[in-house]
Design a protein around this ligand. Sequence first.
Ligand code: ATP
Ligand code: MG
Length: 421
Amino acid sequence: MSDNLRAVRGMNDILPGEIALWQHFEATVRAWLAGYGYQEMRTPILEHTGLFKRAIGEVTDIVEKEMYTFVDELNGESLTLRPEGTASAVRAVVEHNMLFDGGKRLWYQGPMFRHERPQKGRYRQFHQVGIEALGFAGPDMDIEHLLMTARLWRQLGLAGFVRLEINTLGGAESRARHRQKLIEYFEARKDQLDEDAQRRLYSNPLRILDTKNPAMQGLVEAAPKLIDELDEVALAHFEAVKQGLAAAGIAYTVNPRLVRGLDYYNYTVFEWVTDKLGAQGTVCAGGRYDGLVAQLGGKPAPACGYAMGVERLLALMAESGQNPPGAVADAYLVNVGEAASRFAMTAAEALRDAGLKAVLHCGGGSFKSQMKKADASGARYAVIIGDDEAAAGEASVKPLRGEGQQQRVNLAGLAAIISKE
Ligand code: ATP
Ligand code: MG
Protein backbone atom coordinates (compact mmCIF):
# COMPACT_ATOMS: atom_id res chain seq x y z
CA MET A 1 0.00 0.00 0.00
CA SER A 2 1.48 3.36 -0.94
CA ASP A 3 2.28 5.58 2.01
CA ASN A 4 -0.22 8.30 1.27
CA LEU A 5 -3.05 5.78 1.24
CA ARG A 6 -2.25 4.75 4.82
CA ALA A 7 -3.54 6.41 7.96
CA VAL A 8 -1.56 9.45 9.09
CA ARG A 9 1.33 8.49 11.38
CA GLY A 10 0.33 8.53 15.03
CA MET A 11 -3.39 8.40 14.19
CA ASN A 12 -5.05 5.08 14.94
CA ASP A 13 -7.97 3.14 13.60
CA ILE A 14 -10.05 1.60 16.36
CA LEU A 15 -11.10 -1.76 14.98
CA PRO A 16 -14.01 -4.05 15.95
CA GLY A 17 -11.65 -6.30 17.92
CA GLU A 18 -10.80 -3.43 20.28
CA ILE A 19 -14.17 -1.76 20.45
CA ALA A 20 -15.62 -3.77 23.34
CA LEU A 21 -13.06 -2.26 25.71
CA TRP A 22 -13.76 1.26 24.43
CA GLN A 23 -17.52 0.79 24.78
CA HIS A 24 -17.18 -0.68 28.26
CA PHE A 25 -15.03 2.31 29.24
CA GLU A 26 -17.42 4.83 27.67
CA ALA A 27 -20.52 3.30 29.27
CA THR A 28 -18.82 3.25 32.68
CA VAL A 29 -17.75 6.88 32.30
CA ARG A 30 -21.21 8.04 31.25
CA ALA A 31 -22.91 6.40 34.23
CA TRP A 32 -20.21 7.64 36.60
CA LEU A 33 -20.60 11.25 35.42
CA ALA A 34 -24.38 11.08 35.71
CA GLY A 35 -23.84 10.01 39.31
CA TYR A 36 -22.12 13.35 39.99
CA GLY A 37 -24.54 15.55 38.04
CA TYR A 38 -22.21 16.47 35.16
CA GLN A 39 -23.72 17.42 31.80
CA GLU A 40 -22.18 16.53 28.48
CA MET A 41 -21.31 19.20 25.93
CA ARG A 42 -19.84 18.90 22.44
CA THR A 43 -17.74 21.54 20.74
CA PRO A 44 -16.21 21.65 17.25
CA ILE A 45 -12.89 19.91 16.63
CA LEU A 46 -11.59 23.05 14.89
CA GLU A 47 -11.18 26.41 16.60
CA HIS A 48 -9.48 29.68 15.74
CA THR A 49 -5.77 29.32 16.44
CA GLY A 50 -5.82 32.40 18.66
CA LEU A 51 -8.06 30.62 21.19
CA PHE A 52 -5.41 28.03 22.04
CA LYS A 53 -2.57 30.54 22.03
CA ARG A 54 -4.49 32.70 24.47
CA ALA A 55 -5.75 29.87 26.70
CA ILE A 56 -2.83 27.47 26.81
CA GLY A 57 -0.04 30.07 26.60
CA GLU A 58 2.44 30.97 23.85
CA VAL A 59 5.47 29.46 25.62
CA THR A 60 4.21 25.91 26.11
CA ASP A 61 5.05 22.63 24.37
CA ILE A 62 1.57 22.45 22.91
CA VAL A 63 1.49 25.91 21.32
CA GLU A 64 5.17 26.04 20.40
CA LYS A 65 5.41 22.72 18.61
CA GLU A 66 2.44 20.38 18.89
CA MET A 67 -0.51 22.07 17.21
CA TYR A 68 -1.97 21.14 13.84
CA THR A 69 -2.48 24.63 12.50
CA PHE A 70 -3.39 25.56 8.95
CA VAL A 71 -4.80 28.42 6.95
CA ASP A 72 -8.32 27.97 5.62
CA GLU A 73 -7.59 28.85 2.02
CA LEU A 74 -11.14 29.91 1.37
CA ASN A 75 -11.03 32.84 3.76
CA GLY A 76 -7.49 33.13 5.08
CA GLU A 77 -8.39 32.25 8.71
CA SER A 78 -5.84 30.42 10.82
CA LEU A 79 -7.49 27.32 12.31
CA THR A 80 -6.22 24.62 14.66
CA LEU A 81 -7.32 21.07 15.41
CA ARG A 82 -8.02 21.13 19.13
CA PRO A 83 -5.04 19.86 21.17
CA GLU A 84 -7.11 19.73 24.37
CA GLY A 85 -10.66 20.48 25.48
CA THR A 86 -10.61 23.11 28.20
CA ALA A 87 -10.05 26.08 25.89
CA SER A 88 -13.00 25.07 23.70
CA ALA A 89 -15.24 24.35 26.68
CA VAL A 90 -14.52 27.71 28.28
CA ARG A 91 -14.96 29.48 24.95
CA ALA A 92 -18.40 27.90 24.57
CA VAL A 93 -19.35 28.71 28.16
CA VAL A 94 -18.45 32.39 27.61
CA GLU A 95 -19.99 32.56 24.14
CA HIS A 96 -23.32 31.18 25.35
CA ASN A 97 -23.25 33.01 28.68
CA MET A 98 -23.76 29.69 30.43
CA LEU A 99 -22.82 30.94 33.89
CA PHE A 100 -25.61 33.55 34.08
CA ASP A 101 -27.59 31.43 36.54
CA GLY A 102 -24.74 29.94 38.52
CA GLY A 103 -22.01 27.32 38.34
CA LYS A 104 -21.97 24.50 35.82
CA ARG A 105 -20.61 20.95 35.92
CA LEU A 106 -19.67 19.90 32.39
CA TRP A 107 -17.92 17.10 30.57
CA TYR A 108 -16.93 16.18 27.02
CA GLN A 109 -15.09 13.47 25.19
CA GLY A 110 -13.47 13.05 21.83
CA PRO A 111 -10.29 13.15 19.79
CA MET A 112 -7.51 15.66 20.44
CA PHE A 113 -4.59 16.37 18.12
CA ARG A 114 -0.95 16.99 18.95
CA HIS A 115 2.02 16.74 16.65
CA GLU A 116 4.24 14.70 18.98
CA ARG A 117 6.65 11.85 18.35
CA PRO A 118 4.38 8.78 18.24
CA GLN A 119 5.23 6.02 20.74
CA LYS A 120 3.37 3.74 23.13
CA GLY A 121 0.79 5.89 24.94
CA ARG A 122 1.57 8.97 22.85
CA TYR A 123 -0.30 9.54 19.61
CA ARG A 124 -1.06 12.40 17.26
CA GLN A 125 -4.77 11.79 17.46
CA PHE A 126 -5.73 10.59 20.91
CA HIS A 127 -8.87 10.72 23.00
CA GLN A 128 -9.69 12.52 26.20
CA VAL A 129 -12.60 12.60 28.56
CA GLY A 130 -12.61 16.08 30.08
CA ILE A 131 -14.44 17.34 33.14
CA GLU A 132 -14.86 21.04 33.95
CA ALA A 133 -16.62 22.74 36.88
CA LEU A 134 -17.07 26.47 36.30
CA GLY A 135 -18.20 29.04 38.84
CA PHE A 136 -16.97 27.17 41.93
CA ALA A 137 -14.22 28.82 43.97
CA GLY A 138 -13.89 26.65 47.04
CA PRO A 139 -11.72 23.61 47.73
CA ASP A 140 -14.90 21.51 47.98
CA MET A 141 -14.94 21.33 44.17
CA ASP A 142 -11.24 20.35 44.01
CA ILE A 143 -12.05 17.58 46.45
CA GLU A 144 -15.11 16.48 44.48
CA HIS A 145 -12.89 16.04 41.43
CA LEU A 146 -10.32 13.98 43.28
CA LEU A 147 -12.98 11.82 44.93
CA MET A 148 -14.78 11.21 41.68
CA THR A 149 -11.60 10.17 39.88
CA ALA A 150 -10.82 7.73 42.70
CA ARG A 151 -14.30 6.24 42.30
CA LEU A 152 -13.84 5.87 38.55
CA TRP A 153 -10.60 3.93 39.05
CA ARG A 154 -12.48 1.57 41.36
CA GLN A 155 -15.26 1.15 38.80
CA LEU A 156 -12.75 0.48 36.03
CA GLY A 157 -10.81 -2.00 38.15
CA LEU A 158 -7.75 0.25 38.17
CA ALA A 159 -7.60 1.34 41.80
CA GLY A 160 -4.48 -0.72 42.47
CA PHE A 161 -2.63 0.62 39.45
CA VAL A 162 -2.67 4.40 39.90
CA ARG A 163 -1.50 6.85 42.51
CA LEU A 164 -2.23 10.51 43.09
CA GLU A 165 0.23 13.39 43.08
CA ILE A 166 -0.90 16.88 44.01
CA ASN A 167 0.62 20.33 44.28
CA THR A 168 -0.47 23.93 44.55
CA LEU A 169 0.66 26.70 42.26
CA GLY A 170 -0.73 29.44 44.49
CA GLY A 171 -2.27 32.68 43.31
CA ALA A 172 -0.93 35.33 40.95
CA GLU A 173 1.19 37.22 43.50
CA SER A 174 3.07 34.26 44.90
CA ARG A 175 3.68 33.02 41.38
CA ALA A 176 5.16 36.41 40.44
CA ARG A 177 7.50 36.33 43.46
CA HIS A 178 8.51 32.76 42.73
CA ARG A 179 9.08 33.60 39.07
CA GLN A 180 11.48 36.39 40.02
CA LYS A 181 13.44 34.07 42.31
CA LEU A 182 13.58 31.37 39.65
CA ILE A 183 14.94 33.78 37.06
CA GLU A 184 17.66 34.91 39.47
CA TYR A 185 18.52 31.30 40.32
CA PHE A 186 18.72 30.10 36.72
CA GLU A 187 20.51 33.27 35.53
CA ALA A 188 23.29 32.51 37.99
CA ARG A 189 23.57 28.99 36.48
CA LYS A 190 22.99 29.78 32.85
CA ASP A 191 25.76 27.48 31.60
CA GLN A 192 23.85 24.47 32.97
CA LEU A 193 20.63 25.25 31.06
CA ASP A 194 19.74 23.36 27.90
CA GLU A 195 18.42 25.14 24.83
CA ASP A 196 14.74 24.88 25.82
CA ALA A 197 15.46 26.23 29.27
CA GLN A 198 17.52 29.13 27.94
CA ARG A 199 14.63 30.11 25.72
CA ARG A 200 12.15 29.87 28.59
CA LEU A 201 14.31 31.65 31.13
CA TYR A 202 12.52 34.99 30.82
CA SER A 203 9.30 33.95 29.08
CA ASN A 204 8.23 31.03 31.28
CA PRO A 205 10.83 29.99 33.87
CA LEU A 206 8.29 27.86 35.78
CA ARG A 207 8.21 25.50 32.83
CA ILE A 208 11.93 24.84 33.22
CA LEU A 209 10.96 22.85 36.32
CA ASP A 210 8.88 20.57 34.10
CA THR A 211 11.94 19.53 32.04
CA LYS A 212 12.42 15.88 31.14
CA ASN A 213 16.16 16.39 30.48
CA PRO A 214 18.03 14.08 32.92
CA ALA A 215 21.08 16.36 32.86
CA MET A 216 19.06 19.16 34.43
CA GLN A 217 17.33 17.17 37.19
CA GLY A 218 19.81 18.18 39.90
CA LEU A 219 19.52 21.81 38.94
CA VAL A 220 15.73 21.92 39.04
CA GLU A 221 15.66 19.81 42.20
CA ALA A 222 17.54 22.54 44.06
CA ALA A 223 15.64 25.47 42.53
CA PRO A 224 13.59 27.85 44.71
CA LYS A 225 10.26 26.25 45.60
CA LEU A 226 6.92 27.87 44.96
CA ILE A 227 5.59 26.43 48.19
CA ASP A 228 7.89 28.79 50.12
CA GLU A 229 6.21 31.79 48.46
CA LEU A 230 2.60 30.83 49.04
CA ASP A 231 0.30 33.25 50.88
CA GLU A 232 -2.15 32.21 53.60
CA VAL A 233 -5.14 31.97 51.29
CA ALA A 234 -3.36 29.55 48.97
CA LEU A 235 -2.04 27.50 51.86
CA ALA A 236 -5.50 27.29 53.45
CA HIS A 237 -7.03 26.16 50.14
CA PHE A 238 -4.37 23.47 49.75
CA GLU A 239 -4.76 22.39 53.37
CA ALA A 240 -8.52 21.96 52.85
CA VAL A 241 -7.91 19.82 49.77
CA LYS A 242 -5.49 17.61 51.67
CA GLN A 243 -7.95 17.25 54.54
CA GLY A 244 -10.72 16.31 52.10
CA LEU A 245 -8.51 13.58 50.67
CA ALA A 246 -7.58 12.30 54.10
CA ALA A 247 -11.24 12.24 55.17
CA ALA A 248 -12.10 10.18 52.10
CA GLY A 249 -9.17 7.83 52.68
CA ILE A 250 -7.46 8.67 49.39
CA ALA A 251 -3.68 8.34 49.51
CA TYR A 252 -1.60 11.04 47.80
CA THR A 253 1.87 12.51 47.68
CA VAL A 254 2.67 16.19 47.41
CA ASN A 255 5.00 16.70 44.46
CA PRO A 256 6.35 20.27 44.57
CA ARG A 257 7.69 19.83 41.04
CA LEU A 258 4.29 19.20 39.54
CA VAL A 259 3.62 22.36 37.51
CA ARG A 260 1.61 21.06 34.51
CA GLY A 261 2.30 21.94 30.91
CA LEU A 262 -0.38 24.56 30.41
CA ASP A 263 -0.27 28.16 31.56
CA TYR A 264 -3.81 28.49 32.77
CA TYR A 265 -3.46 26.60 36.05
CA ASN A 266 -3.36 28.11 39.55
CA TYR A 267 -3.89 26.73 43.09
CA THR A 268 -4.50 22.96 43.07
CA VAL A 269 -2.93 20.82 40.33
CA PHE A 270 -2.89 17.02 40.27
CA GLU A 271 -1.93 13.98 38.25
CA TRP A 272 -2.91 10.33 38.52
CA VAL A 273 0.09 8.28 37.46
CA THR A 274 0.88 4.63 36.90
CA ASP A 275 4.16 2.70 36.79
CA LYS A 276 2.71 0.14 34.39
CA LEU A 277 2.90 2.09 31.13
CA GLY A 278 6.56 3.08 30.92
CA ALA A 279 7.37 6.72 30.30
CA GLN A 280 3.79 7.66 29.41
CA GLY A 281 2.57 7.17 32.96
CA THR A 282 0.15 10.06 33.48
CA VAL A 283 -3.41 8.86 32.86
CA CYS A 284 -5.35 11.81 34.23
CA ALA A 285 -4.34 15.38 34.99
CA GLY A 286 -5.83 18.73 35.83
CA GLY A 287 -6.38 21.40 38.40
CA ARG A 288 -7.76 24.85 39.04
CA TYR A 289 -7.73 27.60 36.43
CA ASP A 290 -9.49 30.58 38.01
CA GLY A 291 -8.24 33.16 35.50
CA LEU A 292 -9.20 31.50 32.25
CA VAL A 293 -12.85 32.52 31.94
CA ALA A 294 -11.93 36.21 32.24
CA GLN A 295 -8.91 35.72 30.01
CA LEU A 296 -11.23 34.46 27.27
CA GLY A 297 -13.50 37.47 27.62
CA GLY A 298 -16.04 36.24 30.16
CA LYS A 299 -17.10 37.78 33.45
CA PRO A 300 -14.47 36.52 35.93
CA ALA A 301 -15.42 33.10 37.30
CA PRO A 302 -13.36 30.51 39.15
CA ALA A 303 -13.04 27.06 37.61
CA CYS A 304 -11.29 23.72 37.82
CA GLY A 305 -11.18 20.56 35.77
CA TYR A 306 -9.18 17.67 34.46
CA ALA A 307 -8.74 15.37 31.49
CA MET A 308 -8.07 11.66 31.17
CA GLY A 309 -6.07 10.05 28.39
CA VAL A 310 -8.41 7.34 27.14
CA GLU A 311 -5.79 5.28 25.24
CA ARG A 312 -3.57 5.15 28.33
CA LEU A 313 -6.45 4.09 30.57
CA LEU A 314 -7.48 1.40 28.09
CA ALA A 315 -3.90 0.16 27.91
CA LEU A 316 -3.90 -0.03 31.70
CA MET A 317 -7.21 -1.93 31.70
CA ALA A 318 -5.81 -4.39 29.16
CA GLU A 319 -2.63 -4.66 31.24
CA SER A 320 -4.74 -5.53 34.28
CA GLY A 321 -6.24 -8.43 32.34
CA GLN A 322 -9.61 -6.92 31.44
CA ASN A 323 -11.09 -8.26 28.27
CA PRO A 324 -14.83 -7.53 28.11
CA PRO A 325 -16.76 -9.67 25.63
CA GLY A 326 -17.98 -7.98 22.46
CA ALA A 327 -21.70 -7.68 21.71
CA VAL A 328 -23.12 -10.83 20.11
CA ALA A 329 -26.38 -11.41 18.30
CA ASP A 330 -29.30 -13.37 19.73
CA ALA A 331 -29.86 -15.15 16.44
CA TYR A 332 -28.04 -15.88 13.19
CA LEU A 333 -30.40 -16.62 10.33
CA VAL A 334 -29.24 -19.35 7.98
CA ASN A 335 -31.13 -19.46 4.68
CA VAL A 336 -30.77 -21.54 1.52
CA GLY A 337 -32.93 -20.94 -1.53
CA GLU A 338 -34.63 -17.93 -3.05
CA ALA A 339 -37.93 -18.13 -1.19
CA ALA A 340 -36.00 -18.94 1.99
CA SER A 341 -33.84 -15.89 1.61
CA ARG A 342 -36.89 -13.62 1.19
CA PHE A 343 -38.62 -15.18 4.19
CA ALA A 344 -35.46 -14.98 6.32
CA MET A 345 -35.43 -11.21 5.76
CA THR A 346 -39.00 -11.05 7.13
CA ALA A 347 -38.13 -13.33 10.04
CA ALA A 348 -35.08 -11.21 10.95
CA GLU A 349 -37.24 -8.05 10.99
CA ALA A 350 -39.82 -9.85 13.18
CA LEU A 351 -37.07 -10.72 15.69
CA ARG A 352 -35.93 -7.07 15.75
CA ASP A 353 -39.56 -5.99 16.27
CA ALA A 354 -39.40 -8.17 19.39
CA GLY A 355 -36.30 -6.29 20.56
CA LEU A 356 -33.83 -9.02 19.63
CA LYS A 357 -30.48 -8.73 17.86
CA ALA A 358 -30.53 -10.69 14.61
CA VAL A 359 -27.85 -11.20 11.97
CA LEU A 360 -29.12 -12.34 8.59
CA HIS A 361 -26.75 -14.49 6.59
CA CYS A 362 -26.15 -12.81 3.24
CA GLY A 363 -24.37 -14.10 0.17
CA GLY A 364 -25.67 -17.68 -0.09
CA GLY A 365 -23.68 -20.89 0.46
CA SER A 366 -24.56 -24.37 1.70
CA PHE A 367 -26.36 -25.09 5.00
CA LYS A 368 -23.09 -26.49 6.31
CA SER A 369 -20.99 -23.44 5.57
CA GLN A 370 -23.71 -21.11 6.86
CA MET A 371 -23.98 -23.12 10.09
CA LYS A 372 -20.23 -22.67 10.58
CA LYS A 373 -20.66 -18.91 10.25
CA ALA A 374 -23.58 -19.02 12.69
CA ASP A 375 -21.40 -20.81 15.24
CA ALA A 376 -18.47 -18.48 14.77
CA SER A 377 -20.70 -15.41 15.17
CA GLY A 378 -21.23 -16.25 18.84
CA ALA A 379 -25.02 -15.96 18.44
CA ARG A 380 -27.16 -17.84 20.96
CA TYR A 381 -29.42 -19.42 18.31
CA ALA A 382 -29.27 -20.44 14.70
CA VAL A 383 -32.52 -19.87 12.84
CA ILE A 384 -32.61 -22.23 9.89
CA ILE A 385 -34.81 -21.55 6.88
CA GLY A 386 -35.06 -23.60 3.70
CA ASP A 387 -37.66 -23.27 0.97
CA ASP A 388 -39.77 -25.85 2.86
CA GLU A 389 -39.93 -23.74 5.99
CA ALA A 390 -40.47 -20.60 3.93
CA ALA A 391 -43.50 -22.14 2.20
CA ALA A 392 -45.01 -22.99 5.59
CA GLY A 393 -44.18 -19.57 7.10
CA GLU A 394 -42.02 -21.29 9.69
CA ALA A 395 -38.40 -21.62 10.79
CA SER A 396 -36.25 -24.16 12.62
CA VAL A 397 -34.52 -22.80 15.67
CA LYS A 398 -31.46 -24.44 17.16
CA PRO A 399 -29.62 -23.42 20.31
CA LEU A 400 -25.92 -22.90 19.62
CA ARG A 401 -24.84 -22.47 23.24
CA GLY A 402 -25.72 -25.13 25.77
CA GLU A 403 -28.43 -27.78 25.67
CA GLY A 404 -31.72 -27.89 23.80
CA GLN A 405 -33.49 -29.48 20.84
CA GLN A 406 -34.03 -28.04 17.39
CA GLN A 407 -37.69 -26.99 17.00
CA ARG A 408 -39.81 -25.88 14.10
CA VAL A 409 -42.09 -22.92 14.88
CA ASN A 410 -43.92 -19.99 13.29
CA LEU A 411 -42.58 -16.43 13.61
CA ALA A 412 -44.36 -15.65 16.88
CA GLY A 413 -43.00 -18.90 18.35
CA LEU A 414 -39.54 -18.06 17.09
CA ALA A 415 -39.41 -14.71 18.89
CA ALA A 416 -40.85 -16.32 22.02
CA ILE A 417 -38.18 -19.02 22.16
CA ILE A 418 -35.28 -16.67 21.52
CA SER A 419 -36.59 -14.04 23.96
CA LYS A 420 -36.44 -16.55 26.84
CA GLU A 421 -33.57 -16.22 29.39
P1 ATP B 1 2.43 14.39 28.83
O1 ATP B 1 3.27 14.95 29.93
O2 ATP B 1 2.32 12.89 28.88
O3 ATP B 1 2.80 14.92 27.48
P2 ATP B 1 0.42 16.43 29.04
O4 ATP B 1 0.71 17.14 30.30
O5 ATP B 1 0.86 17.01 27.74
O6 ATP B 1 0.94 14.90 29.13
P3 ATP B 1 -2.40 16.98 29.28
O7 ATP B 1 -2.42 18.11 28.35
O8 ATP B 1 -2.50 17.22 30.72
O9 ATP B 1 -1.11 16.07 28.98
O10 ATP B 1 -3.51 15.93 28.84
C1 ATP B 1 -4.21 15.11 29.77
C2 ATP B 1 -3.97 13.64 29.52
O11 ATP B 1 -4.13 13.33 28.14
C3 ATP B 1 -2.55 13.17 29.81
O12 ATP B 1 -2.39 12.94 31.16
C4 ATP B 1 -2.47 11.91 29.00
O13 ATP B 1 -3.08 10.84 29.68
C5 ATP B 1 -3.28 12.26 27.78
N1 ATP B 1 -2.40 12.65 26.66
C6 ATP B 1 -1.77 13.83 26.47
N2 ATP B 1 -1.09 13.82 25.32
C7 ATP B 1 -1.30 12.60 24.75
C8 ATP B 1 -0.87 11.97 23.53
N3 ATP B 1 -0.12 12.62 22.66
N4 ATP B 1 -1.26 10.71 23.30
C9 ATP B 1 -2.04 10.03 24.18
N5 ATP B 1 -2.49 10.57 25.34
C10 ATP B 1 -2.12 11.84 25.63
MG1 MG C 1 2.44 16.65 26.40
